[in-house]
Design a protein around this ligand. Structure first.
Ligand code: ADP
Ligand code: MG
Length: 508
């Protein structure tokens, strides 16, 4: 073990390590991407300039990894999208963008004070005040900054209240419902000899600012009135992921929908149309990254994507003509995303040319490498990769330098045989990751504390493609077929069997 870890972003040599434990895993996920410096540079640029990106390359070279890492660089979303009932025409609900998720209902209701003006017991429960020493600190701090005591009000799950429905807003995050709420504490006061409920709502986290709202019974009634007059729901919550992956398996997944309601035509029975509006991936990716793997598989949906990219807005309507949702439409729902598409080289021609030109005009197209030159620096990157895979897997033991060197030789062999490149190292790292996991599993089986060279050698053998295994067993695919098929079928099958890469043995 080294005293300090080797930092991949500064560079190191394979000779410096004993095991993968000596290698630090970079915090920034883009620094974990190996051998794709150009693509990583363009990805950083795309985030900074809010441009689109098309990543083209072989499977398993890091396209999804780069797209995901881009989201890490994005600031958290600032806008929350709401759907608001349109009382005059319920089938045309309004859309509203609220900055910072600020719920504008009842803004002027109640009295806003700083936490030192409220009963101590309430300030403790709201997470401002320390029960032990009485100091006021931010509600985001788990412990009191003055005495170090854990703050009682820190965990908001402790609080339930009969008024909760007033403060909660339902949020739909993909299929899972989340509840967002300001922390509130009800408190019974005596006013003119009568007991009256007062609600204290935490509206900010800073103890030095007026950050608590006091709502008396009057104010609470007013709030209920406002709620009733302006029904709405969150469509895209403020707290959301900035990485959305869409497959284009269905139109509704990508573009949104209005759900069916069997009683949709009966206002007294059915749920109002605005409650049935569901966002598409393009809306959920607002202010974030919309990633589409195997872009050509989107087919005709590419046209909609193009429109969404151009307008940064896309209406939501019921997409099933049989459904009661089909008569509902919300216009101009925001969808300002950075588009990242992935595609392999063969399918490039299946991307619609207007979409290509949209990306070219307002973004970058990048070809990913499938090999990198065999240099000491790049060999060390394979060591970094092994360390990352071990860390990501979480179960397999650390890998010794000798085992890493064995894998590097395999990576060089693969570059030569699969990509026809000499003095190169393969970057088809998903496959190489499979070898590492196999070696790890073999090591666990023999209860060795480290992945040693022998385990890696074994794994390399076992990870041969099955065609390769057949060849080793039978000499060639033809021979295997001859041996395993009944006489009558032999001639037929011989002429039908595809002769491609399998003719060339990986190991001579
Ligand atoms: N360039 C790379 N650097 C580090 N790890 C990689 C790289 N490419 C692939 N991997 C590993 O392989 C896995 C699959 O890669 P992925 O990004 O999904 O490939 P692609 O999208 O190009 O098919 C990743 O999760 C990572 O573990
Ligand atoms: Mg992928």
């Amino acid at each position: 073990m080294h005293d300090s870890l080797l930092n991949p972003t500064l560079g190191f040599y394979v000779e410096e390590i004993e095991t993968t434990e000596d290698i630090a895993i970079p915090k920034n996920p883009l620094d974990r991407v190996i051998g794709q410096d150009h693509a990583v540079k363009m990805a950083k640029l795309a985030v900074r300039q809010r441009r689109h990106l098309l990543l083209v390359g072989c499977p398993g070279v890091g396209k999804s990894m780069i797209a995901q890492a881009m989201a890490f660089l994005l600031p958290p979303p600032k806008e929350e999208i709401w759907i608001v009932d349109n009382p005059k025409n319920p089938e045309r609900p309004f859309v509203e963008t609220r900055i910072g998720g600020e719920v504008d209902r009842g803004k002027d209701i109640g009295e806003i004070v700083s936490p030192d003006k409220i009963p101590a017991e309430v300030a403790i429960k709201l997470g401002f005040k320390c029960r032990k020493c009485g100091a006021l600190t931010s509600t985001l701090k788990k412990r009191c900054e003055a005495c170090g005591e854990e703050k009682e009000g820190y965990d908001d799950r402790k609080f339930t209240s009969p008024f909760r429905d007033l403060f909660e807003t339902e949020m739909f995050n993909s299929s899972r419902k989340q509840v967002k709420t300001n922390k509130i504490v009800p408190y019974i006061r005596k006013v003119d000899g009568k007991q009256e409920v007062t609600v204290y709502e935490q509206i900010d986290t800073d103890p030095l600012k007026p950050s608590v709202r006091i709502l008396n019974q009057n104010a609470l009634e007013k709030l209920r009135e406002i709620e009733k007059s302006r029904p709405s729901k969150v469509l895209v919550p403020l707290k959301r992921k900035t990485f959305i992956q869409a497959t284009g398996a269905s139109e509704t997944e990508l573009l949104g929908d209005v759900k069916h309601d069997p009683y949709g035509n009966h206002p007294e029975l059915g749920s109002p149309p605005y409650t049935r509006v569901v966002p598409g991936a393009i809306h959920e990716a607002h202010e974030g990254i919309l990633y589409i793997d195997e872009l050509p598989q989107l087919g005709h949906l590419q046209t909609f994507l193009l429109t969404a990219m151009q307008d940064k807005k896309f209406g939501i309507c019921g997409r099933n003509p049989q459904s009661s949702g089909s008569s509902v439409r919300v216009d101009s729902v925001p969808c300002d995303f950075i588009f990242v598409g992935a595609c392999n080289i063969q399918d490039l021609r299946l991307i619609l040319s207007p979409l290509r030109s949209r990306i070219q005009g307002n973004g970058y197209e990048v070809l990913l490498n499938s090999t990198m030159p065999d240099t000491p620096e790049n060999r060390a990157k394979i060591a970094q990769f092994v360390a990352q895979e071990v860390a990501a897997d979480g179960r397999i033991p650390h890998v010794t330098r000798e085992a890493i060197e064995e894998l590097i030789q395999e990576a060089i062999r693969r570059a030569k045989i699969i990509d026809g490149k000499s003095n190169a190292i393969t970057l088809k790292l998903r496959d190489l990751g499979g070898v590492i996991r196999m070696a790890g599993d073999l090591t666990l089986e023999v209860e060795s504390p480290l992945v040693e060279r022998t385990h890696m050698k074994q794994a390399i053998k076992l990870c041969l493609p099955v065609e390769e295994q057949i060849k080793r067993e039978y000499g060639s695919l033809e021979k295997a077929l001859e041996k395993e098929l009944p006489l009558a079928e032999r001639d037929l099958s011989k002429s039908n069997y595809p002769e491609n890469y399998q003719n060339q043995s990986l190991y001579g």
